[in-house]
Design a protein around this ligand. Structure first.
Ligand code: ISL
Length: 558
């Protein structure tokens, strides 16, 4: 039945290939580097690897700007190295999914090069529009600062790019575009890959009228999102994709759509098996709760808001659809620095508390490389320390508008995507075992303490806690199938919930503070089995539960 799809009990591990393992000393991670580190992933126990893009690319957005969908960028290896990796992954009983970036291509993709000619049959594959009053066709801003339109001097027309000017948006209204995408997907699946993580897939359907957006903030740009977030034909396109691609590989694939701005109601439709669209989606609500006016204007997280948000997603996708669960990816700051405490005293405990709370929710958990070591944000100081296009553009735009560096840098340090992209910390050697050369982004100096070799040797490490959480998902059906009930919704310090399945109930509690807290939990749990914890616990006092700083516990009652 559809309730026993294999990915419901799976854990996915995201690899950012540039920063995972470098086999040839050029300072950039590669496919052979990944193949050489599969012991780490097998030991952790994950079921699926997701590779961020490894296709040929000018690397304007680290590979999310693709110039050839059916090859490997030489910096990462070649198709032979890819086939070796895939065979090795399968040989260990794991699966491999690819990043599918089809909202846009690189401006160096042959399709876009052809489409620059107004007479070309590819002209309609992208969003070309004539100037309006000598300027951009509408007022939309791009996700990476600046307008969402760039003028091509050759024809005088503008093309749409929701991201960088080197990432022109494909026109999915054109059926030839969709057919080309589906054929490319089948080519990878026939090669043996097991599914896709689909980049901003809920942005591919645009209102072809491309109307102006409402002006936002004090900037010059309008908010175009009502015209392209879950646009008019999105469900039609995904159903068509399912019919033309996924349905041909029944029972085998995992598909997850990355969907900024998706609502619970929309997510139910996308992930309802009866709709035959996607298996699950990445939503962004919980990683937006600490944003102020924009993402580089952070504010403290309120635990009650986190619980309300994740709780609504648990309830909203309880009977129909399925959640994906994540704290981290290559676009988010490190969770131990963001919602935990990355200082020496509390790093391990806060990282393992956050892991416990997330992994005990109902849904498929995603682990981002280094999260299983408790890797922390990078020590980014001046703008020279940043590499990411989003941060660099935001800085230039803010300074252009009159801001001072010291007003802009704190937001970039806290939220910048480079935090997630420092090299994987394998050992305590000078480049953390990532490369024998000079890494493209410096290794975090904390790798002297925080690294995989040290973690293997310490049974109390973050790594071994993730390993136990993953093993628990594989052995305890209530983790996979149990229903979800939030407890203590108004408590600003403690995250607590139960999961219930066929006579088994799990109680999960996590202390989101660095203080010892006393909390009243529902009765009947006093003598329950402690299934998993993250360190020494404090005894109850007068029947009240006492939690040590950043403590997490999972109890079971049968
Ligand atoms: O991190 C973000 C900027 O605040 C998000 O808006 C992010 O850009 C959005 O989630 C889409 O992300 C995906 O598509 C981008 C790429 O830069 C990201 O790395 C990718 O995950 C464009 O392909």
């Amino acid at each position: 039945g559809k309730d026993d799809a294999w990915w419901r009990s799976a854990v996915v591990y995201q690899i950012y290939p540039r920063s995972f393992a470098d086999s040839d000393g050029d300072g950039i991670g590669d496919l052979d580097g990944i193949t050489g580190r599969l012991d780490h992933l097998a030991e952790l126990g994950v079921d699926v690897l997701w590779l961020s893009p490894v296709y040929p690319s000018p690397q304007d957005d680290n590979g999310y700007d693709i110039s050839d969908y059916q090859d490997i960028d030489p910096v990462f290896g070649d198709l032979t190295a890819f086939d070796r990796l895939l065979a090795a992954v399968h040989g260990r009983g794991m699966r491999l999914i690819m990043d599918l970036v089809v909202n846009h291509t690189s401006d160096e993709h042959p399709w876009f090069r052809e489409s620059r000619d107004p007479g070309s049959p590819k002209r309609d594959w992208y969003w070309w529009r004539p100037p309006r009053d000598g300027r951009e066709p509408n007022n939309w801003g791009s996700f990476f600062s600046g307008p969402a339109w760039t003028r091509d001097p050759a024809s005088g027309a503008y093309y749409l790019h929701l991201f960088s000017p080197k990432q022109p948006d494909l026109n999915w209204e054109n059926p030839e575009v969709r057919e080309a995408v589906y054929a490319m997907m089948r080519w990878w699946l026939d090669r043996g890959v097991d599914g896709f993580r689909m980049d901003v897939i809920n942005l591919v359907s645009k209102d072809p009228a491309l109307p102006d957006g409402v002006l936002r903030g004090d900037g010059p740009y309008g908010d175009g999102s009502p015209s392209y977030v879950c646009g008019p034909r999105i469900h039609e396109y995904l159903r068509e994709m399912h019919r033309e691609v996924m349905a041909r590989y029944p029972g085998r694939l995992l598909t997850v759509g990355e969907m900024p701005g998706v609502t619970v109601e929309q997510a139910r439709l996308f992930t309802d098996p009866d709709h035959a669209e996607l298996d699950m989606v990445f939503q962004f609500e919980h990683v937006g709760l600490d944003h102020g006016a924009h993402k580089f204007d952070p504010r403290p997280l309120r635990l009650t808001e986190l619980k309300a948000s994740l709780g609504r997603w648990q309830t909203g996708l309880a009977d129909v659809g399925w959640n994906s669960l994540y704290w981290n990816n290559h676009d988010q700051p490190r969770v131990v620095s963001r919602f935990g405490d990355d200082g020496p005293r509390h790093r391990t405990r806060s990282a393992t508390m956050l892991a416990t709370v997330l992994h005990l929710h109902r849904g498929t958990p995603y682990v981002y490389q280094g999260e299983e070591l408790g890797m922390a944000n990078a020590p980014l100081r001046t703008i020279e320390d940043f590499r990411d296009i989003e941060s660099l553009n935001h800085y230039a735009q803010a300074l252009g508008a009159g801001a001072a560096p010291e007003d802009v840098l704190p937001g970039l340090r806290a939220m910048g995507r480079d935090n997630a992209r420092t090299p994987m910390q394998w050992d305590a050697s000078p480049q953390a075992g990532f490369t024998t050369g000079i890494p493209w982004l410096p290794v975090n100096p904390d790798h002297i303490e925080v690294n995989a070799a040290a973690a293997y040797a310490d049974p109390g490490s973050v790594f071994h806690h993730y390993r136990r959480l993953i093993a628990l998902r594989h052995s305890e059906p209530a983790v996979v199938h149990g229903d979800f009930t939030m407890l203590l919704p108004d408590d600003e310090r403690v995250y607590a919930f139960t999961r219930h399945h066929e006579g088994t109930t799990l109680l999960v509690v996590g202390n989101f503070t660095g203080d010892t807290v006393t909390v009243d939990l529902p009765g009947g749990w006093e003598d329950a089995e402690l299934l998993l914890g993250n360190g020494p616990s404090v005894p109850a006092e007068d029947g009240r539960t006492v939690l040590a700083p950043w403590e997490a516990r999972v109890h079971r009652r049968i």
